[in-house]
Design a protein around this ligand. Structure first.
Ligand code: DX5
Ligand code: ZN
Length: 217
């Protein structure tokens, strides 16, 4: 499968949201990555429902929604109504992860689980067959523009091994500090989806950066 590229809208220019959504539509990107932060699970607040509604009106590609919020079960249905096709909750934010996953899937969305950098891949052993995607955080969640954590390479390989051994069809997404300098190695370790925020939007030519990332896989 060719690598999927999911530009993170968090790094876009919110004053020109329509322009930046259209850039993603017209690029080689596969998904829109949407970061929802509540200021409790992570020390930052990004944007909420009404901004997602605005993004949805312009986006012509699947919305990959990453919830960095406590007690995400409260909002699963709402994010479904707002057009999420992939909905990812954090392992660290769910007391009853299996139930959260079942709720997401019962609404027809793909269910993802994100792991903070300190959370071991082995914690997913008993749920790997139930999930569609694992998002490995390659920075501590909460902010765009941080440096990539090198331990992510070995974590990606370990996760790939777990997926293959269990015959799961789960995809591996890498989120945080992804650039054209680490993308090829991440793909060779097993990454299926690359999220890229600053690397794309803070560049002179975001469309070209997306094409370059896409060409690496
Ligand atoms: C971090 C978010 C990321 C972030 C990535 O908490 O989950 O999706 O937007 O941004 P960059 O690519 O700038 O690290
Ligand atoms: Zn994210």
């Amino acid at each position: 499968m060719p690598v999927l590229i999911a530009p993170s809208v968090l790094a876009s220019d919110f004053g020109n949201l329509e322009r930046d959504c259209k850039m993603i539509n017209n690029s080689k990107a596969d998904w829109f990555h949407i970061d929802i932060m509540d200021g409790v699970f992570v020390p930052n607040i990004s944007f909420g429902m009404s901004v997602l509604e605005a993004i949805q009106t312009h986006a012509k590609k699947p919305l990959d929604v990453h919830l960095m919020i406590v007690d995400p079960d409260r909002y699963i249905e709402k994010f479904h109504q707002l057009g999420a096709e992939v909905l990812t909750v954090h392992y660290e934010a769910c007391d009853h992860l299996h139930r959260s996953i079942q709720q997401i899937k019962s609404l027809g969305m793909k269910a993802g689980v994100a792991l903070n950098p300190h959370t071991p891949v082995s914690h997913l052993k008993d749920i790997i067959l139930d999930i569609d995607l694992v998002c490995l955080m390659s920075v501590n969640p909460g902010f765009g523009g941080q440096s990539f954590i090198e331990n992510t390479y070995s974590k990606t390989k370990e996760l790939k091994g777990l997926i293959e051994n269990s015959k799961s069809t789960c995809l591996i997404e890498i989120d945080g500090g992804v650039t054209d300098q680490n993308a090829a190695k991440l793909i060779s370790c097993g990454a299926d989806i690359l999220v890229a925020g600053s690397h794309v939007f803070k560049s002179e030519n975001p469309t070209e950066k997306i094409s370059t990332l896409k060409s690496l896989g």
